[in-house]
Design a protein around this ligand. Structure first.
Ligand code: AMP
Length: 189
């Protein structure tokens, strides 16, 4: 099974590139952000809890995210592989993902780090907010999410380097060019 972590700051193109990877390689896709937005839309208790954090640019507590992730992962049957989009976002989540996969005889095959300069992230997210109306894509919340990214999520770069699964991808350029770099990394596995 291919287990791919797609990693990067908000606005780095994880969702866009995940959709193309899913299409080309026939993988299942777990986007924790999409899962939470669906819960909010359906007005569930989890959605109500999540909304408070999301609107404030903060991360949902690890224990809650880890349970959600395991249950979505286990819902896939006879999967060729999974792309983890937006998870892990903390060291505790990376540890939990490793343990969860190990219990199931699996491991992360590669972590693809989509690197995009900060000013470009800001421009992309503001544009996305105007086009999609995503509530957390406004300037104040974007700034908070980028602070959270640097303090809680970016340390995962070293974590995955130590794990031996880290792969840098230049996230700046055409969507096709970035996708082709990603495909080369996957095809090397
Ligand atoms: P995303 O769509 O991946 O940008 O996620 C949107 C928001 O959902 C984030 O800003 C967090 O508030 C929350 N979220 C998504 N994934 C996670 C995660 N793995 N851990 C904690 N919070 C998350």
């Amino acid at each position: 099974m291919l287990n791919i972590v797609i990693f990067g700051a908000p606005g780095s193109g994880k969702g866009t590139q995940s959709a193309r990877i899913v299409e080309k390689y026939g993988l299942n896709h777990i986007s924790t952000g999409d899962v939470l937005r669906a819960e909010i839309k359906n007005g569930t208790p989890l959605g109500t809890t999540a909304k408070g954090y999301i609107d404030n640019g903060q991360l949902i507590p690890d224990a809650l995210m880890i349970d959600i992730l395991a249950s979505v992962f286990d819902s896939f049957k006879d999967s060729k592989g999974v792309i983890f989009d937006g998870f892990p976002r903390t060291i505790a989540q990376a540890d939990a993902l490793k343990a969860m996969l190990k219990e199931r005889g699996q491991e992360v095959s590669v972590m693809l780090d989509l690197e995009v300069p900060e000013d470009e992230l800001m421009t992309r997210l503001i544009k996305r907010g105007q086009e999609s109306g995503r509530a957390d894509d406004n300037e104040d919340t974007i700034k908070k999410r980028l602070v959270v990214y640097h303090s809680q999520t970016a340390p995962l770069i070293d974590w995955y380097k130590q794990d031996g699964t880290y792969c840098h991808i230049n996230g700046l350029g055409s969507m096709d060019g970035i996708f082709s770099e990603i495909c080369q990394a996957i095809d090397r596995l």
